[in-house]
Design a protein around this ligand. Structure first.
Ligand code: PLP
Length: 405
């Protein structure tokens, strides 16, 4: 386990608003005044600390949120974006040009998978999907055209753990950039500390935690964030995925309780995973001894935040999964909804989207079943009651009886 404490890093993040406000003022301007034309010219030439030009480039509240995230990740710098997808696409467009290649984990969020598989080839960027836990497969996919190794720290939907230090070694030895999506495990895993070059986030999920907006972030070196925001060539400046400043202000406030929320998500997550496994179901959760990368997870995780709030349960068939989720909603376990990291429990069936590349035998060997129910465990005060409601739902759908035969 690592001793790094992202919670204390956020705790130490203290900014004063315009009038000493305890929450920094929300930037309510798209543009900023200059006291002299020379200063404006200078800012066009290079960024000046504390000086703002135009809100799509930078504005004070977005800068505060970015700085807080950089602290949390222990990266030199960060920039917030209007969505997780724009954080991912800006990063890729900044690094890759036509003719380049990316090596990507084959078990990633469906939207990222679709971007990489369907969209990037239109721009001449080709992607090889690999089993990211097979380091030999990663190495043999590298060619002189490769620019990026792309992975999620905890994969979707089986919660496989990427060996970030090993992937970092491979990428550094080949002059590549290791880009890690840490959306499922903020505070729990610190990819920059483990050797990643760029960390991307969908802030829409745990980081914000209230499912009231869509937002993203890129954390990396000063150099890379400068490249992204360059007035003449930066993807985040020129493609324009700016985060609205009202949203940046509300996410910053929520970020200050993230350490408490992650601990509670994890406490509830391990309880449900353990109890559901005891019923005889195949459960995927990195905190379970039965999880394939349980030991690796123990090595990589920061101490004190647990194993996270995401788990997957195999209900056998997609029909069983549908019936179970319907009953779980009826019995007030939570909501049948996509997304994750909310204070309420959310569940959905990951379906086939990102699994289509994986040969059927491998899908079976991995435990990637059509009947998977992905659960994002909420901040329930009484998780025992939630478990009883899940059991009731399993009984009402006849699943409990089936699993015992
Ligand atoms: N990365 C992961 C792991 C996700 O789960 C998601 C969305 O579900 C995204 C990225 C995309 O983020 P957004 O919806 O904020 O664009």
């Amino acid at each position: 386990m690592k001793q790094f404490d992202p919670g204390s890093m956020i705790q130490d993040f203290l900014v004063f608003g315009e009038f000493g406000d305890v929450n920094p003022s929300i930037t309510d301007s798209s543009t900023f005044t200059f006291m002299s034309p020379e200063k404006m010219e200078e800012l066009f030439d290079h960024e000046i600390e504390g000086c703002f030009l135009y809100s799509r480039h930078w504005n004070p509240i977005n800068k505060y949120l970015s700085d807080a995230l950089a602290r949390m990740e222990d990266s030199e710098s960060a920039i917030v974006t209007s969505s997780g997808m724009s954080a991912i696409s800006s990063t890729i467009f900044q690094i890759c040009s036509s003719g380049d290649e990316i090596i990507a984990s084959r078990t990633i969020y469906g939207g990222t998978y679709a971007l990489l598989k369907n969209f990037l080839p239109k721009l001449g960027i080709n992607v090889k999907f690999v089993n990211i836990t097979d380091l030999e497969a990663v190495k043999s996919a590298i060619t002189p055209k490769t620019k990026i190794i792309y992975t999620e720290s905890m994969s979707n939907p089986l919660l496989e753990i990427a060996d970030i230090p090993e992937l970092s070694f491979i990428s550094k030895s080949n002059n590549l950039k290791l880009v890690v999506d840490n959306t499922f495990s903020p505070m729990i895993i610190s990819p920059i500390i483990l050797g990643a070059d760029v960390v991307v986030y969908s802030l829409t999920k745990f980081a914000n935690g209230t499912s009231d907006c869509v937002a993203g972030a890129v954390c990396s070196t000063n150099e890379f964030i400068h490249e992204l925001t360059d007035i003449n060539s930066g993807a985040s400046m020129l493609l324009g995925p700016v985060l609205d400043s009202y949203r940046a202000a509300s996410i910053l406030k929520n970020l200050h309780s993230l350490h408490i929320r992650m601990k509670k998500h994890s406490e509830n997550g391990i309880y449900l995973a353990t109890e559901i496994e005891k019923l005889g179901f195949n459960v995927f959760y990195p905190g379970l001894i039965s999880h394939r990368q349980h030991n690796l997870m123990n090595e990589l995780m920061n101490e004190g935040f647990g194993y996270g709030g995401m788990l997957a349960v195999d209900a056998g068939t997609s029909q069983n999964a549908d019936k179970l989720m319907f009953k779980m909603q009826e019995n007030h376990v939570g909501y049948l909804a996509v997304s994750l990291g909310f204070y309420k429990t959310l569940f959905s069936s990951p379906g086939h989207s990102t699994s289509s590349e994986i040969p059927k035998e491998e899908q079976i060997a991995m435990g990637l079943s059509d009947g998977l129910v992905r659960i994002s465990v909420g901040l329930d005060n009484n998780i025992h009651t939630s478990f009883e409601r899940i059991v009731k739902s399993m009984e009402e759908t006849g699943l409990l009886e089936k699993v015992h035969h």
